[in-house]
Design a protein around this ligand. Structure first.
Ligand SMILES: Cc1ncc(C[n+]2csc(CCOP(=O)(O)OP(=O)(O)O)c2C)c(N)n1
Ligand SMILES: [Mg+2]
Length: 358
């Protein structure tokens, strides 16, 4: 018996893993066009992801964090957010970033070690990818505070992992968001792993969502492999925050089907059979079954979407590979308005060494 077994944290699932619908959809998710769009972006994300891993394996990209199996969360979020809302993403949130118009070539540039990749052409106010765990929860709260102060009808959305909910920053952010009633939504992508640490060794709480209770923040869980349920709950939470309803937290339960990053070998700490068993919950096949069974799409159109995604990824990779690299001294040039003396001498040295190699 847990101490807080009687906490009521609602859980939603619309589409089960056999592609069967158990709840009534809103007008938005009843519309086949919107569901096909969900499918399309999930597919684009997955094709992009596999290509990025291949690029890393062939020495054309740095370390890369895969989003395999977690595409539904981001695609739903991308549809639920307004263009002028602001996103604070982590390092595997490509699905929502692509939904918000961020280019694949920019994401590749970033993982290729070039910070210009975070100078997005669209959604320019979205934060750059946050690699330090949970630090962006506090940034999100600051931005939400500014939105409230300026009386803007905008919402701040912050995504974190299950492991990140153990960080002090997260609790500080929740506390401030709760007491100031800020327009911020916290989305936890509970993919069951924090590198090699499983969820049950991460936190003693029955749910991660209930961590919001102490901050008096409303929280729910959702099936993170069900793009329809994710969209319905996110849409409601975001619109509530937009109209002065304050912060909310949604724990989306997913599974990291890939290694943590390309620098990891997950076979060292979890069995391939366990991972294989999780494929039955794959968010893309689930939606595909639903679309086909309801004749919202046919096999031929699905094939065309696959080809389109592959073509787009190839084009974006070309743009990335054809982008001229920055000179080494560029790493000094964007952190400070005026470079501190100590760094100036390092910059000079890099320039001198560069000349010697020419
Ligand atoms: C402050 C900080 N501490 C440690 C790390 C090293 N680190 C990188 S990813 C990770 C695990 C994060 O797990 P989770 O929050 O569940 O996110 P996931 O990678 O599963 O999406 C850790 C500890 C880091 N990036 N930042
Ligand atoms: Mg995790």
């Amino acid at each position: 018996m847990g101490v807080y077994d009687n906490l009521n944290i609602p859980y939603s699932q619309y589409l089960d893993h056999h592609g069967q619908l158990h709840e009534t959809c809103s007008d938005y998710t009843s519309d086949a066009k919107n569901l096909i769009n969900f499918y399309k972006i999930m597919l684009r994300t997955r094709v992009f992801d596999q290509k990025a891993i291949n690029l890393q394996r062939t020495g054309k990209l740095g370390t890369y964090a895969s989003s395999l199996g977690q595409e539904a969360i981001g695609v739903a979020l991308g549809a639920a957010m307004h263009a002028n809302d602001v996103l604070a993403p982590t390092y595997r949130d490509y699905a929502v970033q692509l939904s918000r118009g961020i280019k694949m070539s920019d994401l590749l540039l970033y993982w290729g070690g070039d910070e210009r990749g975070m100078d997005y052409e669209f959604s320019r106010e979205d934060l750059p990818i946050c690699v330090p765990i949970a630090t962006h929860t506090c940034h999100a709260v600051g931005i939400a505070y500014a939105m409230k102060l300026r009386k803007q009808p905008r919402v701040m959305v912050c995504i974190i992992g299950d492991g990140a909910t153990s960080k002090g920053d997260f609790y500080e952010a929740l506390n401030a968001a709760g007491v100031w009633q800020l327009p911020v939504i916290f989305i936890i992508n509970n993919n069951q792993w924090a590198i090699s640490l499983p969820r049950d060794k991460q936190s003693a709480t029955k749910t991660l969502a209930q961590k919001a209770v102490a901050a008096e923040i409303y929280a729910e869980q959702v099936d993170g492999n069900d793009v329809i349920a994710c969209y319905e709950r996110m849409h409601e939470f975001i619109e509530r925050a937009r109209t002065g309803g304050g912060p909310c937290l949604l724990e989306a339960i997913s599974y990291r089907l890939s290694d943590h990053t390309t620098a990891d070998d997950a076979q060292r700490y979890r069995s391939p059979a366990d991972v294989e068993a999780q494929w039955q919950f794959d968010p893309i096949s689930r939606l595909k079954t639903y679309l086909l069974e309801n004749q919202f799409i046919d096999a031929e159109a699905l094939d065309a979407l696959q080809k389109q995604a592959e073509q787009e990824v190839e084009e974006q990779v070309k743009i990335y590979l054809n982008t001229a690299t920055q000179p080494p001294e560029a790493m000094f040039d964007y952190l400070y308005e005026t470079l501190p003396e100590a760094l100036q001498s390092q910059r000079d040295e890099v320039m001198r060494k560069g000349k010697k190699h020419e």
